[in-house]
Design a protein. Structure first.
Lengths: 302, 181
């Protein structure tokens, strides 16, 4: 049996690159937030230091098996999601496992991390965790609907569910799906605001309200694993959106530029807005984003 | 290339660097000192420059910042909070009240010296300490961490009987849950 070494290389390096990029974006976010609030802010590598510190904690309390498995599920879901997204267009190394029909698969696997986190948080027995989990799952129902609408519109328009086919369609700047199907992009980017969990949609992890919600009983290595998973998942979502709407990227520099611009949309929105209540958040997702989603489908069908 | 001792030394340097520059604070705002924390964290003094940041729950925190006097009732909660934190953990006593009782030295229901009940790593004196003093206290703690001298958690574990005895002397209705910390 012949081993495809470039694929092995991709599997080894994709999560590492995803982690480094995601964690640096997190640090830059803190820096940008600080500058907007007229502060100096932490260095851009602050989140890396936080994660090293959390992994080097000497005591790690747990309340049962599920608390062990919760963060593991979360990171499994993040890495799996990442593996099924072509990171670099037409590259033999970073194509990973993307196959035909992977958009529908991605819709399923992206929810898995939240469910893992919910199971882990449920074991801890902290009331704040339970409130956070219920809020998180309600919000998930909120933003998944416009997101699925947008993806269905694109699937119908291009008669494919494969990310690789979608990338092949967008071979020129003018053929990016953001221009071909703008309403789908609007619906998806509004859903994306909810997915990233920045304000005004940070009802799940509301530190001043429910003491950081689901991870409130997680400390040390568990929290470190969750932050790692969050960094990887952030990068995975950004690459997915870049692939679907912005024509993917042929090299890493283009990828970094595109994902960073995309990432700044929820971050900059988050800085200027306060937090929604849970029902306001869901009501928002079921109004304008859903309207744009339906509009996208109607435009495609008729 | 490296023997075990050198390798562990390098690991310790990296660990201590990360611990030093990432202090998550759970601020126990018992007394009037809590009012000094918002200016410390916000744009005027901006403690986030040094990696100091508030944490939502004791499980995630590294530093317990005790701002001001502790009544017997709040001492019980502080002990529970401290025992829920994960090691390595540090305590900063903030203001004169934690050092010798301050203006509450003859009060009937406040404790005088925090050091008898919890292992304090750094004291910040003053009534009130200004945000500059708070930040300098944190920098002192960072120095202690990088030298490996901030061993409050270890002292607490080793002298647990002594601390428990003192705690029980003050807290009459001792009904504390047993943690496996």
């Amino acid at each position: 049996m012949e081993i495809n070494w470039s694929a092995v290389l991709g599997i080894v390096f994709t999560p590492v690159i995803a982690f480094l990029v995601g964690v640096t974006y997190g640090g830059l976010t803190r820096r940008i937030t600080a500058r907007i609030q007229n502060r100096f802010g932490p260095p851009f590598y602050q989140n890396i230091l936080d994660i090293i510190k959390l992994y080097s904690k000497e005591s790690n309390i747990n309340h049962g098996v599920m608390q062990h498995l919760g963060p593991v599920f979360a990171i499994t879901a993040s890495v799996t999601t990442l593996f099924f997204i072509p990171v670099i267009k037409d590259s033999p190394v970073f194509t990973n496992f993307s196959f035909n029909g992977d958009l529908i698969f991605l819709l399923y696997i992206m929810v898995f991390g939240s469910l893992g986190m919910a199971l882990g948080a449920g074991q801890t027995g902290n009331p704040n965790s339970a409130i956070g989990v219920s809020r998180g799952l309600s919000q998930l129902v909120g933003y998944e609907v416009p997101f699925v609408m947008a993806l269905v519109a694109i699937m119908v328009q291009f008669q494919t569910t494969s990310l690789n086919d979608l990338l092949a369609v967008q071979d020129h700047f003018t053929k990016w799906i953001i221009f071909q199907s703008p309403f789908a992009f609007l619906a998806a980017i509004l859903a994306f605001l909810g997915m990233m969990g920045y304000a005004p949609f940070d009802v799940v992890i509301a530190p001043a309200e429910i003491a950081s919600g689901p991870p409130s009983e997680f400390g040390g290595k568990y929290l470190g694993l969750m932050l790692t998973s969050r960094s990887i998942f952030t990068f995975a979502k950004l690459v997915l959106f870049t692939d679907i709407f912005l024509g993917g990227a042929h090299d890493f520099i283009t990828l970094i530029i595109k994902t960073f611009i995309l990432y700044m949309i929820p971050v900059l929105t988050g800085i200027v807005f306060p937090r929604f209540r849970t029902e306001q958040s869901i009501r928002f997702f079921w109004s304008w984003p859903l309207f744009f989603g339906i509009l996208a489908i109607l435009v495609v069908v008729f | 290339m490296f023997n075990d001792k050198e390798a562990s030394k390098i690991v310790d340097i990296i660990k201590n660097f990360a611990r030093k520059h990432s202090l998550w604070v759970v601020a126990y705002g018992t007394g009037c000192g809590a009012i000094e924390l918002p200016p410390t964290m916000t744009s005027r003094y901006d403690a986030e420059r040094f990696g100091i940041r508030g944490s939502a729950t004791p499980r995630q925190a590294d530093v317990l910042l005790i701002t001001g006097y502790l009544s017997v009732k709040t001492l019980k909660r502080v002990i529970r909070t401290y025992e829920q934190m994960q090691e390595p953990k540090y305590v900063i006593g903030f203001g004169s009240c934690t050092i010798n009782g301050g203006m509450y030295w003859d009060s009937y229901n406040t404790i005088k010296a925090l050091d008898r009940y919890l292992p304090v790593d750094v004291y910040i004196n003053g009534c009130m300490p200004r945000p500059e003093a708070v930040i300098s206290g944190f920098i002192k703690l960072q120095q202690l961490i990088s030298e490996g001298k901030a061993d409050g958690a270890k002292r607490y574990r080793e002298n647990l009987e002594w601390y428990r005895e003192n705690q029980r002397k003050v807290i009459k209705n001792w009904r504390m849950p047993e943690y496996n910390w």
